[in-house]
Design a protein around this ligand. Structure first.
Ligand code: ADP
Ligand code: MG
Length: 616
């Protein structure tokens, strides 16, 4: 981009407007954002200097200066970090980083936008909450290009031009708005830095216009190396915001330390909400890796198993080589040992959380349960422990999940667990499949997650309990002796009718049987025992593979009035067409009760009208 004046793109203007007017609840956070960017710039320079020692040569100690100047009404935040070229200035400060961000903003609902927007890299724009004009003078380390100045009032446009600066780094100069003079007060500034940025590993100093820089305002000990008892209230929350760019508090944090085969300090976070980007397949907040106070890799995805990708944070270990690349990390013995030990700690952490009281864990599970289920299916090594962390919704309270491991094993089904699968637990709770279980007082699991159809068999083997699908064809093994006796007796009594129904429906049903599970409903269509299930079918469809449709089984309620009526027609006038129509209606009703549409709505409507008009 050439020097000169440039208009912000529409989405950037929109974003600026939201950031300045509604994103942050308190203007103080602008300083946290600018200091945080400066700290990142110092980290990046230290990292690049590992492979290009020339970069560090001119090197003064890394530091961040906060310089209030009452005479000019400006507040400057400076760093001697990596700096930016003119091009980088317009790219980084003139446009929104991710291309997806712009697209998202176009369709965003302004009411929910602020919360989501905090998750993008927009911290810099918070400067415009307190400044009517912002100048950024920067020089890129290791580049021959001259320094450059970016300037904007944060409304329509920005300019970029050549400038002077000795040494690499960046000055962000805020021309404070009227009424923002408090941000010139050294005590006030010191308070904000201590409140929000105490943990940063680089010194933040206050520089008075004509005095030397004073001592560091922050303690300078990274939070992950600080014993938990020494961390002030809110310290972890602020660090999480710094790390994640999210305005929220985390759901939980884990500060831990290991010594032995490997040594590391870790500070990990679980977000309180599943970010909407989590839908994207490559979503991975990742873990920042440090060795000897130097950040060697950012957002590293390989330390924890993939299903734990909702956990973010920092890990520092002296056992990690400083000049490690992502590829080397996967090969490195040290990182694998750290990864395993860390995974242990995360599993223990989750186990502790799951044992806590209140709704905390349930709300965590509502947000991140799908990841745990993915773990159950993909992480054989930790499968048993993951199973103990799973929750499920049940028919007795579809709003409140319970731990699967805590489900009572002395109910009517003995150690067996009943379940139904479907897209939505509210309608599952009302399904006719549950009638008999409910009558018997047995608990029924409502499995409505995308992976639930696949996890049932795995859960069963891990828990050592039988999981019986109520929305599948009944198997002898699932029935008590009493139920079997009742069913066999009814099947014998109705055998002629059952045969007739099967013949008259033809290939659209696999079989017609007597059910023991129905109470008020006349009938239901269930998938056959060999049907692979909707979850599997969905997966195959996603992989563009064809699989055969398996005709369902029509189960009828032997005690229902409709069955008695069909039996009567069967015995007196089976060939006058009324029975065949009634059978078709029963089949379609069974489909509807199972949550499927009727196979032929037009003839279904005809049959209904005819039956009503004839008074049957
Ligand atoms: P984020 O920090 O989340 O990426 P920001 O809006 O805070 O988002 O900053 C945008 C980008 O501008 C940064 O990613 C970085 O590339 C660049 N930047 C901001 N401040 C500095 C600085 N002091 N030194 C170097 N680069 C910076
Ligand atoms: Mg930032």
């Amino acid at each position: 981009m050439p020097a000169g004046s440039h208009r912000f793109r529409t989405e950037t203007r929109r974003l600026l407007d939201i950031v300045v007017n509604s994103l942050y609840s308190h203007p103080d956070v602008f300083l946290r954002e600018l200091v945080s960017n400066a700290s990142d710039a110092l980290d990046r320079l230290r990292f690049e200097a590992l492979t290009d020692p020339g970069l560090a040569a001119g090197g003064s100690e890394p530091e961040i200066l906060v310089r209030p100047d009452a005479a000019s009404g400006t507040l400057t935040v400076s760093d001697n970090g990596i700096g930016m070229t003119a091009d980088e200035l317009s790219r980084n400060l003139g446009t929104i980083a991710g291309s997806g961000t712009g697209r998202f903003l176009e369709g965003a609902d302004p009411a929910s936008a602020p919360e989501l927007i905090g998750r993008f890299g927009v911290g810099f724009y918070s400067a415009f909450m307190v400044a009517g004009r912002v100048e950024v003078v920067s020089r890129r380390a290791g580049s021959d290009e001259p320094a450059a100045r970016w300037e904007s009032d944060g409304r329509e446009s920005f300019t970029v031009e050549e400038a002077e600066r000795t040494g690499s780094g960046t000055d962000v100069i805020l021309h404070l708005k009227d009424g923002m003079e408090e941000y010139l007060d050294p005590d006030r500034l010191g308070g904000i830095v201590r409140a929000y940025s105490d943990y940063l590993p680089h010194p933040v100093r206050l520089a008075m216009p004509d005095g030397p820089g004073g001592g560091a305002l922050n303690s300078g000990t990274p939070l992950w190396l600080t014993p938990e008892k020494d961390v002030r209230d809110g310290g972890y929350e602020d660090f999480y915001r710094h790390l994640s760019g999210s305005p929220d508090e985390p759901f939980s944090h884990l500060s831990c330390h290991a010594e032995g085969a490997v040594e590391f300090h870790a500070l990990l976070f679980i977000p309180s909400k599943r970010p909407f980007e989590a839908l994207m397949p490559d979503w991975h907040p990742g873990i920042d890796l440090y060795s000897r106070r130097i950040r060697i890799l950012q957002a590293c995805p390989d330390l924890l198993p993939n299903w734990l990708r909702f956990v973010g944070g920092v890990v520092e270990s002296p056992d990690l080589p400083l000049n490690i690349s992502r590829e080397m990390l996967q090969q490195s013995q040290a990182s694998r040992t750290i990864g395993r030990a860390l995974t242990r700690k995360v599993l223990d952490w989750l186990a502790r959380l799951s044992g806590g009281d209140g709704d905390g864990y349930a709300s965590f599970f509502t947000e991140f349960g799908d990841f745990l289920k993915e773990g159950l299916l993909s992480d054989a090594e930790n499968r048993d422990e993951i199973a103990t962390l799973l929750m499920t919704w049940t028919a007795s309270d579809p709003d409140r999940p319970v731990l699967v491991k805590d489900l009572p094993s002395d109910g009517p089904g003995g150690g067996s667990l009943y379940y139904v699968t479907g897209p939505d637990r509210k309608s599952l709770a009302a399904s006719p499949h549950l009638e008999a279980a409910r009558r018997a007082g047995a608990e029924v699991l409502l499995l409505d997650g995308p992976l639930d159809g696949l996890i049932a068999p795995v859960l069963s083997s891990v828990l050592g309990r039988r999981l019986i699908a109520l929305d599948r064809e009944e198997a002898d093994a699932d029935l008590s002796d009493e139920e079997k006796r009742k069913r066999d007796e009814a099947s014998a009594r109705l055998s002629g009718l059952l045969e007739f129904m099967k013949d008259s429906l033809g290939g659209i049903v696999g079989d017609v049987r007597v059910s023991t599970r129905l109470d008020r409903s006349p009938c239901v269509v269930v998938p056959g025992r060999n049907d692979p299930g909707d979850a599997f079918r969905g997966m195959m469809k996603a992989m563009r593979r064809e699989i055969d449709e398996v005709p369902g089984i029509l189960e009828i309620n032997p005690d229902h009035g409709l069955t008695r009526y069909m039996m009567e027609l069967f015995e007196t006038s089976r060939s006058d067409g009324r029975l065949a129509r009634c059978v078709r209606l029963v089949h379609q009703t069974g489909l509807i009760l199972a949550g499927s549409p009727p196979t032929d709505p037009a003839s279904f409507a005809e049959d209904v009208s005819a039956a009503v008009l004839e008074g049957h």
